[in-house]
Design a protein around this ligand. Structure first.
Ligand SMILES: Cc1cc2nc3c(=O)[nH]c(=O)nc-3n(C[C@H](O)[C@H](O)[C@H](O)COP(=O)(O)OP(=O)(O)OC[C@H]3O[C@@H](n4cnc5c(N)ncnc54)[C@H](O)[C@@H]3O)c2cc1C
Length: 395
C-alpha cells in the first residue's frame, strides 16, 4: 500500500518527475497518487521530506495467484540482445513447462522493440516492451522502477536476470524494493515440489548449495552467462507484444554516466564469446609459457584465458580469468594447460563442449572432467600441437 502524507508534502514535484508510469499529479500544490500506481518505489526514494511511504506485506500472502516465469532481457544498446537473455529464455521454457506456466520477457531500452520477435523465437510467450531515450543504456534509476512496477503489477512466480554487471546491479535493487530474497550467481535451476531450486557455489565454491524460497513471490535469481543452453530459434513461434508506456526524465537521476570504457583490448574477441579458448595456469607462469599459448591460440583462431593464479601473479588481466570469481565460458573447445582443475576453476568452464587438459601430474583433478587428457610437460606438448595444427593448415 502507498501512502502520501499531504501535510508533509512540500510540492517539490520530484515524485511527479520520477514516476515512470506517470500516475502522480499535482493538485493544489500537493502531490496526488493516481490509481495506476505499481508500487515501484521511485517516488518514495526521491521524496526529500518522507511524505511517501510504501508498505509491502510479505507474510501470509496468497502465493497461488503468482504465475509465470519472467526473464529480464539485456541488450547491447540497440545493437543486439545479449546471449545470456536467450540462454535464460531456454531455461525459462523448461521451468515453465514443469510448473505449467508461461514465459514472459521484459525488454527495456531505446529502439529495442525490434528484438521482441527474436525473444519470442527463443521461447518468450509475452514480451513487455518499455522504450525511452532515458533507457538507452543501463542505469539503476531508470531500469529499477520499471522492472519493479511490472513485477508488482503482473505478479510472476519466477524472475530471472543475467549475472552480468547490469544484472548484478539491477536484481538486488528490484528484490529489495519488493521486499524479496534473491539468489545470486546460480549455476543450476530446477523445480522441486513446485518451488524453484536454485543451485549456486557456496563456501568458496567447495560445496554447491540448493536454495529455495518458500514464503515469498516472485522467486528471483541471477544466472551467469554461458551456463544455460539457449534453444534453437523457432521462427514459427507466436507471442504477444505488450507496449508499456513509460515517461522517464533522465535529468532527475542522481547519477549521470559520462563515459563508458571497455576494459578489453580493442579488436580482441571477448573470452565469453570465443569458440576456442587456450587457458593457462600456474604451470605455465614461467619461461614465457603464455607466449606459447598465444601461438597455439593464434593457430586455432582462439583466445587465451587463464586461472586465477595467473592473474594474481600478474601474467594475465582479470578480464580473461575463467572461474567462479572470473568469467564463465562455454566454448566449443577449452584447452587447459598447467591448470590443476580446482572446483573454482571448473565451475567456470565445465560446460565447454570439448575439454582438453595438458598437465604433468596424472592425478590433477582437471583430468576427471577432460574429454582428452595429455600427461606431460606443456613445453614439449604445446609446440608439437602448434606444429601439427600448422601442418594441417591451421583453422
Ligand atoms: C572464493 C574463491 C574464488 C576463486 N575463483 C577462482 C576462479 O575464478 N578461477 C580460478 O582459476 N581459480 C579460482 N580460485 C583459486 C582456486 O582455488 C585455485 O587456487 C586455482 O584455480 C589454481 O590455479 P592453477 O590451476 O593455475 O594452479 P595450481 O593449482 O597450482 O595448478 C598448477 C598445475 O600446473 C601443473 N604443471 C606445473 N608445471 C607444469 C608443466 N611444465 N607442464 C604441465 N603442467 C604443469 C601442475 O601439475 C598443477 O596441476 C578461487 C578460490 C577461491 C577461494
Amino acid at each position: 500500500m502507498i501512502t502520501l502524507i499531504a501535510e508533509k508534502c512540500i510540492g517539490c514535484v520530484k515524485c511527479v518527475k520520477v514516476c515512470p508510469f506517470g500516475v502522480i499529479v499535482m493538485k493544489e500544490k500537493k502531490a496526488v497518487i493516481g490509481d495506476g500506481c505499481t508500487l515501484c518505489g521511485a517516488c518514495e526514494t526521491v521524496c526529500p521530506v518522507d511524505a511517501i511511504t510504501i508498505e509491502r506485506v510479505v507474510k501470509d500472502i496468497d502465493l497461488t495467484h503468482y504465475s509465470g516465469v519472467w526473464v529480464v532481457a539485456e541488450t547491447e544498446g540497440a545493437q543486439r540482445v545479449k546471449n545470456v537473455t536467450l540462454e535464460l529464455l531456454g531455461k525459462g521454457r523448461e521451468l515453465a513447462g514443469l510448473i505449467g506456466q508461461s514465459v514472459s520477457c521484459i525488454l527495456l531500452g531505446n529502439n529495442v522493440a525490434k528484438f521482441a520477435d527474436a525473444l519470442i523465437c527463443h521461447g518468450a510467450d509475452t514480451v513487455f516492451i518499455a522504450e525511452s531515450e532515458a533507457l538507452s543504456r543501463y542505469t539503476a534509476e531508470g531500469f529499477q522502477p520499471v522492472v519493479t512496477g511490472l513485477i508488482a503489477q503482473y505478479a510472476p512466480c519466477i524472475v530471472l536476470f543475467g549475472a552480468t554487471h547490469a544484472g548484478r546491479d539491477l536484481a538486488p535493487r528490484v528484490a529489495a524494493s519488493l521486499g524479496l530474497g534473491l539468489t545470486a550467481d546460480c549455476t543450476g535451476l530446477s523445480i522441486l515440489d513446485g518451488l524453484l531450486l536454485q543451485t549456486r557455489p557456496a563456501f568458496g565454491g567447495n560445496i554447491m548449495a540448493d536454495i529455495i524460497c518458500p514464503y515469498t513471490r516472485p522467486q528471483m535469481a541471477t544466472v551467469r552467462p554461458n551456463v544455460m543452453k539457449m534453444l534453437q530459434p523457432d521462427v514459427n513461434r507466436q507471442g504477444t507484444k505488450v507496449v508499456v508506456p513509460v515517461s522517464i526524465d533522465a535529468s532527475t537521476f542522481r547519477v549521470a554516466i559520462k563515459e563508458v570504457r571497455d576494459s578489453c583490448q580493442t579488436g580482441v574477441m571477448k573470452i565469453d564469446e570465443a569458440d576456442i579458448i587456450v587457458s593457462g595456469g600456474r604451470g605455465v607462469c614461467t619461461n614465457g609459457g603464455f607466449a606459447l599459448l598465444e601461438e597455439l591460440a593464434g593457430t586455432l583462431s582462439g583466445v587465451v584465458g587463464c586461472s586465477r593464479v595467473a592473474v594474481d601473479l600478474g601474467f594475465r588481466p582479470k578480464s580473461v580469468q575463467v572461474g567462479q570469481s572470473g568469467t564463465t565460458v562455454s566454448p566449443k573447445l577449452y584447452i587447459a594447460v598447467g591448470i590443476s582443475g580446482s572446483i573454482q576453476h571448473q565451475v567456470g568452464m565445465k560446460s565447454s563442449d570439448t575439454i582438453v587438459a595438458i598437465n604433468k601430474d596424472p592425478a590433477a583433478p582437471i583430468f576427471q572432467i577432460a574429454d582428452f587428457g595429455i600427461v606431460g610437460d606443456y613445453r614439449e606438448i604445446v609446440p608439437a600441437f602448434v606444429a601439427e595444427v600448422k601442418m594441417n593448415g591451421g583453422r
